[in-house]
Each structure stands twice: as structure tokens, then as C-alpha cells.
Write a protein that binds this ligand. Structure first.
Ligand code: SF4
Length: 457
């Protein structure tokens, strides 16, 4: 058979493991495989025995559907065009309606999903790393073993896609054989990237840590004189983190240690556990901060602030990664949470654009970007794009005038001003009955932000 594997042209950090496993499966059968990212005229012009298209987030909807439609006639029999992956699992009906193809849902660990003998083994196969060399696109994380030691998750967090995609928790998947086979086929890798959704929930946690160490990943381990690192890239579950488990994690060269801080109610537990981590020698930490969900802008700011204060106190480097909540089946990124508005989200986007999506662990940078306190942050959230981004440039010309005008509005005028600002429509289609408000709105009209950190500070 001649088989084509396709990943749509969205930007992503990690290679498509599902396609890599499928490639290994087909190669084992003696089939010829080809991998492409995005649209390719030459490959589209051929007739393939099988085509597999992977999908990722629902907000890649437009790009993904475009890719499916582009290749729909490049397969000999339409029943042999397979669409899989997270978005395909969550939005199978919508994809079917839009493209006419019925996606394959969930993991490839059941017989018959691909109508080939042995197809239930695909999920357990060692990924074929060699297909990554066939494309120009370079995945930022590539010199690493990609593996799982558990599957699924024991929790059912309503904002998360994992329970729907992998509904059953598998408490242990052996690592040794996976690494051995990768070494034999593709050579040794420096780092170990574990994609487990919730490793702390496993009753076999101790065995998992032992096995990772035996595979050559203990603290201080090197490969060709370079330090090796382990990364649980989905983060570890704060609520299941005990002192004992933290001690065991500290036996591994984890960098960064990723912990989610999804809600302010977890504040005390979060601070306590970061203190443990610092005592056990974890210096680099990475913190996912979910916003635009049930949180408020104030608690979002507070969570960022906690990290900056912890860094000062403990000498750690906690990098915060704000993650905007989008329901797992939204076709774009336009969702607005209960306590958020279009203007607030746009302002956060402007701040993060300048900081490349990461919040600096250093206080002076954090305060320059997000304000020195909640009051300053609140003000930033309603500022015109250009004054947020090019803050230094506009400090005395623009921002000062905007600020003065804002301060001079009466309570009724301010209410009307905020009503318009929160809609984030500054094309003149929405106006106020108060001339003062319209003058203030003029500041929002010109200038889009395309910025880097140098503009901000
Ligand atoms: S603990 Fe993490 S992986 Fe598990 S359901 Fe919640 S968010 Fe998803």
C-alpha cells in the first residue's frame, strides 16, 4: 500500500505521535509511507491507498477542514481516508457534516477501527521518528523520547478534553521497552518527554519513578556531556502532590517542573507546594494559569503576582504561562468568560504579545507588563492597544491625555464609556451621546499592535 500521513499546517510544538505510530504500523506491514505538513500540490495529485489526517485543537477548525477538503479526492477509495486525533474525537459529527467523512474517535487500541489486522496495536507502537525528517517544519521539542507511562486521567475537570478523549485511566505503561526500541531504530535521545495527563494518580507511581531512573534519567545524568532532562509536559496535579511524591520527583532531573494553578481557591496549597519544591532543589518551574474561565481578572492578576513574590522569596524562577480558556469544541478562539469582556481579552493579548506569551519571573518586568497592583492592572485592561504595547513611547503623548480625560468623566459618562469599550468596537459604529466619551474613544481608533518587549519597557 501507499500511505499518506497529513498534519494540517497549524503551528505546534510537539510532533504528531499518532501519525508516527501509524507510520511504524504500516512500515511493519511492508507499506510505503509519506508524511506531509499542510497542503502539497504534488502529493495531492497522486492516488493513495490510504490517507490519514490528524487533528488537534477545535479552534484549528478552519485550517483542518481546508486540509481535509484539499486531499479528499487523492485517495482511491473514500472509505480509506481516516481522520483522527483530539478534535476529530470531540467534533466527529461536525466534521462528518462539513466534509462527508466519518472520523475515527479515541485511541487506536481497539480492533477494527482501521479495518486492518492488528490495528488495535497502533496506540502501543513505538513512534516512527524518521518521518519527521521528511518535512521542513521543525518541531521545537525534537531531541527527546516521547512516551507515556500512564494514559487518561482519574479526574473529570469540566474544561478539559482528556476525559472525553481517553476516558479510561491506565495506571502503568512500561517505559524500558519503548526506550530500547527507539534507541535501536532511531538512536539515543537526550531528554525524556512524558505526555502523561496525571502521573500522580497512579498507584504505581514509585515504580514509574524507579523505571525512569533506570532508563538513565537520574539527577545529574548526562548524554554526550549534556545534562539530560525529564519533562512531564502536561503538568502535575497540585491536589495529588504529597511531600513524599515531591521527594520522589526530586530524584529525577525534571526541568521545568510544571504545575497548574487553575483557580485562586488553590492558593494556599499552591504556595505550600512551591515551598517544598524550592527546598528540594527545583529552581525552574513552569506554571499554567488558566483564565477566561470562572476566574476574575483580579484573581488572574493575583495568581501571577503570587509567582513573582515566590520567586523573590525562594530564589526560584517560576515562568507563568497564561492559558485562555476556550471550550473544547469551539471552532475559533472567540469565547468570552463570565467575568471577562472582549476588551479585557484583547488587552491581555496585547500584553502577552509583547512578552511572547510568557510572564517574566522577575518582579520589575512583571510590574512593567501587568501593573504594580490590581488598580494599575484594571486600568491597563481598558487602555487602547497602542498605549499598552508602546507604553514607553506613549507615556507622555497619548496615555497621559487618555488618563486625564478618563479621570474627568462623570459617573454616568464613565458607565457609558465602559459599555462601549467592553465591546471592543472602535470603528465608529458605536458612539456615545456624550461628546467627552467620543473624544476619549478617538484614542482607540488608530494603531494596531505588532510589538516586542522593547516597546513595553
Ligand atoms: S486533572 Fe488535568 S488532565 Fe485530568 S481532567 Fe483535570 S485538567 Fe484534565
Amino acid at each position: 500500500m501507499q500511505v499518506l500521513f497529513i498534519e494540517p499546517a497549524y503551528k505546534n510544538k510537539y510532533p504528531p505521535l499518532g501519525l508516527m505510530k501509524l507510520s511504524a504500523f504500516h512500515k511493519q506491514r511492508g507499506d510505503e509511507v509519506c508524511f506531509v505538513k499542510g497542503l502539497d500540490k504534488y502529493l495531492r495529485g497522486q492516488l493513495w491507498d490510504r490517507i490519514y489526517i490528524t487533528t488537534m485543537f477545535s479552534f484549528h477548525w478552519a485550517e483542518t477542514v481546508k486540509t481535509i477538503k484539499y486531499y479528499e479526492f487523492s485517495v482511491k477509495d473514500p472509505r480509506n481516508l481516516f481522520i483522527g486525533g483530539p478534535m476529530a474525537t470531540l467534533m466527529a459529527n461536525e466534521i462528518h457534516e462539513e466534509t462527508g467523512f466519518i472520523p475515527v474517535k479515541g485511541l487506536l487500541n481497539e480492533k477494527g477501527k482501521l479495518r486492518l489486522s492488528g490495528d488495535h496495536r497502533v496506540d502501543g507502537m513505538v513512534p516512527d521518528y524518521s518521518i519527521l525528517e521528511e518535512i521542513k517544519y521543525k518541531y521545537p521539542a525534537s531531541n527527546a523520547y516521547f512516551a507515556y507511562m500512564t494514559r487518561g486521567c482519574v479526574r473529570r475537570c469540566p474544561f478539559c478534553a482528556v476525559p472525553k478523549i481517553e476516558p479510561f485511566y491506565v495506571e502503568y505503561v512500561p517505559l524500558r521497552k519503548q526506550i530500547q526500541m527507539i534507541n535501536d531504530n532511531y538512536g539515543e535521545k537526550k531528554d525524556l518527554l512524558l505526555l502523561d495527563n496525571n502521573v500522580l494518580a497512579s498507584p504505581k507511581f514509585d515504580k514509574i519513578i524507579d523505571e525512569i531512573k533506570e532508563a538513565g534519567f537520574h539527577r545529574g545524568a548526562k548524554l554526550n556531556n549534556s545534562l539530560r532532562y525529564v519533562d512531564f509536559n502536561q503538568g502535575i496535579d497540585l491536589r495529588l502532590l504529597t511531600k513524599g511524591k515531591m521527594r520522589r520527583l526530586a530524584e529525577l532531573p525534571i526541568q521545568p517542573l510544571r504545575i497548574a494553578f487553575d483557580h485562586i481557591t488553590l492558593k494556599d496549597s499552591y504556595i505550600q507546594k512551591i515551598n517544598w519544591a524550592a527546598k528540594l532543589g527545583f529552581k525552574k518551574l513552569s506554571n499554567y494559569i488558566l483564565y477566561n474561565y470562572v476566574d476574575t481578572p483580579e484573581d488572574f492578576y493575583e495568581r501571577l503576582r503570587i509567582n513573582v513574590d515566590l520567586n523573590e522569596k525562594l530564589g526560584t524562577q517560576i515562568y507563568s504561562f497564561p492559558m485562555k480558556y476556550i471550550p473544547v469544541t469551539n471552532k475559533d478562539r472567540k469565547f468570552v468568560g463570565k467575568h471577562w469582556t472582549l476588551r479585557y481579552l484583547r488587552s491581555i493579548q496585547c500584553i502577552l504579545q509583547a512578552t511572547h506569551g510568557v510572564v517574566s519571573p522577575r518582579k520589575e518586568f512583571f510590574e512593567a507588563a501587568f501593573g504594580r497592583d490590581i488598580k494599575e492592572f484594571r486600568k491597563l485592561l481598558i487602555m487602547p492597544d497602542k498605549y499598552i504595547i508602546y507604553r514607553e513611547d506613549h507615556k507622555n503623548n497619548g496615555t497621559a491625555e487618555w488618563s486625564k480625560l478618563l479621570g474627568s468623566l462623570s459617573a454616568t459618562q464613565k458607565k457609558d464609556f465602559l459599555r462601549i469599550v467592553h465591546e471592543n468596537r472602535f470603528d465608529g459604529s458605536v458612539a456615545s451621546e456624550y461628546p467627552e466619551v467620543n473624544t476619549l474613544l478617538e484614542h482607540y481608533k488608530k494603531g494596531k499592535c505588532q510589538a516586542s518587549e522593547q516597546h513595553l519597557f
